[in-house]
Design a protein around this ligand. Structure first.
Ligand code: XMP
Length: 334
């Protein structure tokens, strides 16, 4: 076994750059021993965990790693571009970029049930990734950004605890694709992954980015997804993030985003009737995403965000603020 499944009781918490360097050196050796001269594949979403695994494996095995970035069309604004910029241009990684936007949006057309949307996105993500994997030759290993809470969650799931929503990841590849796993972060907690990420030279903004669900904007474009509403959501979300960054809120708020429901209200623009969707702001704080409280956003900032979104985003004519803690509301709307 490459690493044990259980974190040893005496394993020191990685809290400093020095401890992170020691972890990196040890993992580089372990990965090199495990992989030898074979090739490794990684689904690189651009999230913290897969990005840190990518940086660690590039350090350990360089071009023996192939990263596949699948853009399902539900990424935030400029997200895929920055994955390409950072890993292909910045770290000279082998990176395959798959733009599957049309494919995903085609499959999702007319589907309004959130769990069905999740299942389609999760299943199709694996299919697209598996298709890419089949095109590559001599891949022996699959790297994954599994971290310790994922392992604890599977232990709980195996013990029969019920999940509220089905979270998707890259597990469950088809039978014909049998890879050995490389999971160098599997004993780390999230805060440790971030310290390791910074020690590997990844930018602070990337390593401390807020969590983003696998189905992406797909569960924030509420109900059946349409391209125009998805685009409006992406633009409004980019404005919210820009303003949170500028006003120092990005560091204080655990997760913040826009959801756009499939309803229209009447507004006025250029002295005529203007029907548009509302953009709903959700900004929460939490420790473990099991419960969440509402973060207070100063009114002047909210006014400014409202002003920008309603003027700059075609199709949006109102901005609403969600004040619901979890429970009773989940963090995402769907
Ligand atoms: P909820 O909405 O269940 O969200 O309160 C808790 C945390 O999980 C994220 N989330 C997901 N992450 N796939 C993911 O990878 C999903 O389908 C999914 N649904 C919710 C959510 O953003 C929050 O951080």
């Amino acid at each position: 076994m490459y690493l044990p499944n259980k974190r040893p009781d005496d394993m020191e918490r990685i809290t400093t750059p020095e401890l992170a360097q020691a972890f990196i050196e040890k993992q580089v050796k372990l990965v090199q021993e495990q992989v030898g001269d074979k090739k490794v594949l990684l689904a690189l979403s651009g999230g913290v965990d897969s990005s840190v695994v990518a940086a660690l494996l590039i350090k350990a095995i360089g071009k023996q790693l192939t990263c596949v970035h699948v853009n399902h069309g539900l990424m935030r604004k400029n997200e895929s571009e920055s994955v390409i910029e950072m890993f292909q241009n910045g770290m000279d990684a082998n990176l395959i970029y798959v733009d599957a936007t049309d494919h995903f949006l085609g499959l999702l057309a007319g589907v309004s049930d959130p769990e069905r949307k999740r299942k389609i996105i999760g299943k199709e993500f694996i299919t697209v990734f598996a298709d890419e994997a089949r095109k590559l030759e001599d891949i022996t290993f699959l790297a994954q950004g599994t971290i310790y809470p994922d392992i604890l969650e599977s232990i709980e799931a195996a013990a029969g605890k019920k999940a509220v929503k089905s979270h998707h990841n890259v597990g469950g590849l088809p039978e014909d694709l049998k890879f050995e796993l490389v999971e160098p972060l599997r004993l780390l907690y999230k805060d440790e992954v971030r310290v390791v990420g910074e020690a590997l030279g990844l930018p602070h903004s990337m390593v401390y980015r807020q969590p983003f669900p696998g189905p992406g904007l797909g569960v924030r474009c509420l109900g059946a997804i349409t391209r125009d509403r998805l685009e409006a959501l992406r633009e409004a979300d980019a404005i919210l993030r820009e303003e949170f960054d500028k006003n120092g809120l990005a560091e204080k708020v655990w997760q913040y985003f826009i959801a756009v429901p499939d309803i229209k209200s009447v507004g006025v623009k250029d002295e005529s009737r203007y029907e548009g969707w509302p953009a709903i702001i959700r900004a929460i704080n939490t420790k473990d995403a099991m419960t969440a409280t509402i973060e207070e956003i100063p009114y002047p900032i909210l006014h400014h965000i409202t002003d920008r979104i309603t003027h700059e985003v075609p199709g949006i004519n109102r901005v609403l603020l969600d004040l619901t803690p979890k429970p009773i509301g989940t963090i995402e709307w769907e």
